[in-house]
Design a protein around this ligand. Sequence first.
Ligand code: UD1
Length: 416
Amino acid sequence: MGRFYIDGGRCLEGTLRIQGGKNAVLPILAATVLNGDVSYIQDCPRILDVFTMIRILESIGCKVRWDDKTFMIDSSSVDSYKIPEELVREMRSSIILLGSVLGRHKKVIISYPGGCPLGPRPIDLHIKALKQLGASIKEEHGFIICEAPKLVGAKIHLDFPSVGATENIMLAAVLAEGTTEIHNAAKEPEIKDLQDFLNGMGAKIKGASSDVITIEGVKSLHQVEHKVIPDRIVTGTYLAAAAITGGEVLLTNVNPNHIQAINSKLKEAGCRIIEEKDRIYLKAPKKLKNIDIIRTQPYPGFPTDMQAQMMAMLTVASGASIITETVFESRYKHVDELIRMGANITLEGRTAIIKGVGHLTGTNVYAKDLRGGAALIIAGLVAEGVTIVDGAKHIERGYEQIDKDLNILGASIRKD
Ligand code: UD1
């Protein structure tokens, strides 16, 4: 599956450009099915999840071409509403095609995504909302069969501001008859990027970034060109990586507004941060301070996707820090691996207590999920000796070239 070898002890310094956002581009790629025309997507990250989504789009009849970081997707010849099971298994977020393929064909068959390393990830909110738009949904032999002779706008109240459910409703409602309102909608920046993309192809959506999103159904859509927002989690990962090494970095192609919750915690840990329009500078102290508490929450709260990386950073801070994971109950698969490297972490239910230690030691560890894997690389940057992180494929689902990026900043990482 590939491994990373990290020779620890080097201070990160320099400038790096951040890739386009994974969680922004995946729903945007799903949305390209809707216009029956060509979509040009700029700054699309070349990561495994994107490759999987492209394979799904091709499997249902899309023609895809790319030129460096710009993807051209022509959905005029989409002729299938069945999403291949093996590809859904590779990427749980392929559930986002439920809304877009239903919107285009009024029918979709997709296998049930099932559990994943983050614990149970139900899709009840997606299903309930699509039913409110007029879809009939059957679950047979592990497949979801979703049909709607006609989708009609509705007022939908989400029990929880689920990112995926908000996106699926937006996608299904764009070509529905009448107006849809999503109350208690997710407010993540990726939702606003999806709104901008869909409006670029002729949709009428407003309210993204607020609690209520309104989608006025339209009859048809057209060609669109769009640049994906920068990846706020990759930005946060590299800031945490610089911080743990006592480094000084400038990251470009970032939106500082999207990472306020992360920045505020990095400042608590003693980092100096300067934000500019599309750049961010961080200078870390020699010894990081502990952080009293980090609680993961929906945006604009602290992102669950940065929990593991911050934990890695805090393993060598002075004093004890507390992290409470409120979004995904079992998102602590990295804890045992960090302990193997010498970290002092105690888990009590959803809460982790991290007592800073003097040093970590390089050893063989396993990346069990994407962000947990990134956390192990961060820990490896300061560990004594060589850290071998197995399971590189998990990390490559979301990072274009984490080894090359960190090497640009002065780390010593190689992959085989
Ligand atoms: C998206 C992100 C993921 C991030 C997460 C939370 C993408 C591709 N993935 O995932 O990186 O960690 O947001 O910020 O954008 N839930 C239900 N029922 C549902 C749907 C969700 O109970 O029908 C629960 C989940 O189990 C979880 C919580 O809601 O506890 C948040 O999930 P959600 O916001 O839907 O996350 P995803 O869209 O799956």
